[in-house]
Ligand binder design. Structure first.
Ligand SMILES: Nc1ncnc2c1ncn2[C@@H]1O[C@H](COP(=O)(O)OP(=O)(O)OP(=O)(O)O)[C@@H](O)[C@H]1O
Length: 226
């Protein structure tokens, strides 16, 4: 598939991604790395259904993604939460599109908050939380809908190193426990190698490298992207 933002004059290729062909296995943890402008966020917007490929298609299972899709959720760099709502209110908001009511709704929220270590914060207002706690709420909101595909776009980049490392390890624990398929975008090569089972490196919108993380080093990734 491919997506290009408009056309450039003078025969130069317009910015965007592709053509590329990627298959993510169910339950896989895939990290996408690449320098600024390489197309990471564009790829994630395509996977999230915010953009439609101009060429080819994106399938989730055997059904195409044609727009915002309840089978997947996206967590972005800055937690997009409602500050005036409680932690529970924010997580519940993600469930509204599923029209989930009653005890199952309550259980989903409680489980999601427990998974991110915020079981005791249910009634707190979001504006009282730290940046790391807010990002935990975003992840809980994404997990509560029990997505088939969890997309994360540099979710920890606004956080200090310690919080970032702690949250990365929590995410690994959640992935392990929930068997959710994860596509995680980062420009930090160390983070990609720590988290991913597989790493895809993008350069100018193309796949420059696609390999199991265990076969890679930061040096090898850097050399590919230079
Ligand atoms: N809305 C847009 N209109 C036109 N060009 C765009 C648009 N959004 C992104 N681009 C261009 O597409 C290319 C890929 O951008 P993208 O944001 O996907 O890169 P990225 O790898 O996520 O970068 P960063 O790490 O800086 O977030 C860049 O050349 C960018 O300038």
């Amino acid at each position: 598939m491919a997506y290009r933002y408009g056309q450039r004059r003078g025969g130069q290729q317009a910015a965007g991604v592709g053509p590329l062909n990627l298959k993510v296995q169910p339950g896989e943890f895939l990290c996408v790395v690449g320098p600024s402008g390489s197309g990471k966020s564009t790829l994630l917007s395509l996977l999230a259904g915010f953009l439609s490929p101009q060429q080819g298609q994106i399938l989730l299972g055997d059904r195409a993604i044609r727009g915002p899709d309840p089978r997947l959720t996206l967590v972005q760099q800055e937690a997009a939460l409602f500050p005036w709502l409680t932690v529970t209110g924010n997580v519940a908001f993600g469930l509204d599109s599923q029209r989930l009511r009653g005890p199952e709704r309550k259980t989903r929220i409680e489980n999601a908050l427990r998974l991110v270590g915020l079981g005791d914060y249910a009634t707190r207002r979001v504006h009282e939380l730290s940046g790391g706690q807010r990002q935990r709420v975003s992840i809980a909101r994404a997990l509560a809908v029990q997505p088939g595909l969890l997309l994360l776009d540099e979710p920890f980049s606004a956080l200090d190193v310690q919080t970032r490392t702690a949250l990365a390890d929590e995410l690994l624990g959640i992935w392990w426990a929930q068997k959710v398929t994860v596509v995680f975008v980062t420009h930090q090569l160390e983070e990609a190698l720590h988290l991913g089972q597989r790493v895809v490196a993008l350069k100018d919108g193309q796949v420059a490298l696609d390999a199991p993380a265990r076969d890679l080093t930061v040096g090898a990734l850097r050399a590919t992207l230079d």
